[in-house]
Design a binder for this molecule. Structure first.
Ligand SMILES: O=P(O)(O)OC[C@H]1O[C@](O)(COP(=O)(O)O)[C@@H](O)[C@@H]1O
Ligand SMILES: [Mg+2]
Ligand SMILES: [Mg+2]
Length: 338
């Protein structure tokens, strides 16, 4: 099979298909380079100074791991000087990061979860980086947090890099989903899957079952029906998986189908969900849609939500289309019955 590098794939997206402008291509190459560096740090594990807690908290009150901070710094350092970006936003930073004046200013906004699945770092289970790219709204002078308040449908690129047994970068620029495996000897990402497609039906669901007693009735109804198996209303047995790293759970769904849920629950009723809209739900939602799946918050399409704050949280249901539609219909039915 002909080896196609990420660089070549992106050049083809730019030149042959005209899908992306040159500066977006260069920006994506920089993000990929940063992911390679994060992958190296992850692989060092206990041999490097990368494991354990940093004994600090992020703006969301979560204890930061050393790797959360390292990954955040790697992404900023790699991206701030290239001239493609206006600003960045990250799970690990309270407010937006403006490209310093000493560097050329670009027109793109980059959002990222530098290290997703933090609780899995110390136990050597797959973790990853999630990213989303949008354009600064036209005509807006300077750059401010308001520029980031665009629905996910405005994304021009989105992806993640999963650091597992293999390091795999998964990308969409609106022309389907492609996967690139890191060839560690060559130091380059090589195209290993194109036109990724999620089957519309599945027999596998992913949810943190320990929260069952807190779920809303439509979520409980769906999972109860799955658990009832062949003898239940679905007439088939279901399997369950929960890695507790969204990147790894979504990667499985892009690879073999399934449905992933991190729904609203009544532990903290004012919080719409656990996952963040701008740098977790939006990029994953778009990837899943580009692979033929669906992504909703139980009520409507995630990509249609206009955010009101940088670290906005959202309820997430994504994956195989027919299952996501079923769970969303259960929510809408419950609402209509109120
Ligand atoms: O520990 P829980 O409740 O199962 O939550 C797991 C979820 O939290 C996350 O780890 C949140 O991401 P961060 O590690 O980036 O905060 C998701 O990746 C994952 O799906
Ligand atoms: Mg995360
Ligand atoms: Mg994180």
């Amino acid at each position: 099979m002909k080896r196609i590098s990420l660089t070549r794939y992106l050049v083809e997206q730019q030149r042959v298909d005209g899908h992306i402008p040159g500066d977006l291509r260069l920006l994506l190459e920089v993000v990929a380079r940063a992911c390679k560096r994060i992958s190296q740090a992850v692989n060092k594990g206990d041999l490097g100074e990368v494991m354990g807690s940093a004994d600090t908290e992020n703006v969301q009150g979560e204890v930061q791991k050393k790797l959360d901070i390292i990954a955040n710094e790697v992404l900023i350092e790699a991206n701030e000087w290239g001239g493609h970006l206006a600003a960045m936003a990250s799970e690990e930073m309270d407010s937006i990061y403006l490209v310093p004046n000493r560097y050329p200013q670009g027109e793109y906004l980059l959002m990222f979860d530098p290290l997703d699945g933090s609780s899995n770092i110390d136990v050597n289970v797959s973790i990853g980086t999630i990213f989303s790219v949008m354009k600064k709204p036209e005509g807006s002078p300077g750059v401010s947090e308001a520029d980031f308040m665009q629905p996910g449908s405005q994304q021009v690129a989105a992806g993640y890099c999963v650091y597992g047994p293999q390091t795999t970068l998964v990308l969409t620029v609106g022309d389907g989903v492609a996967m690139f495996t890191l060839d560690r000897e060559q130091g380059s990402f090589v195209l290993t899957k194109e036109h990724v497609t999620i089957p519309a039906d599945t027999k596998e669901f992913a949810i943190n079952m320990s929260n069952m007693r807190h779920w809303a009735p439509p979520v409980k109804r769906y999972v109860d029906e799955c658990l009832a198996g062949k003898e239940g209303p679905r007439g088939k047995d279901f399997n369950m998986r929960w890695v507790a790293s969204m990147v790894a759970d979504v990667h499985r769904i892009l690879t073999r189908g399934g449905v992933f849920m991190y729904p609203w629950d009544k532990r903290d009723p004012d919080k719409p969900g656990k996952l963040r809209l701008l740098y977790e739900a939006n990029p994953m939602g778009w990837l899943v849609e580009q692979a033929g799946g669906a992504a909703t918050n139980g009520h409507g399409r995630i990509l249609d939500i206009t955010p009101t704050k940088l670290h906005e949280r959202v309820s997430v249901i994504l994956g195989s289309k027919n299952e996501v539609e079923r769970i969303t219909a259960y929510h809408l039915e419950a609402e209509a019955a109120k």
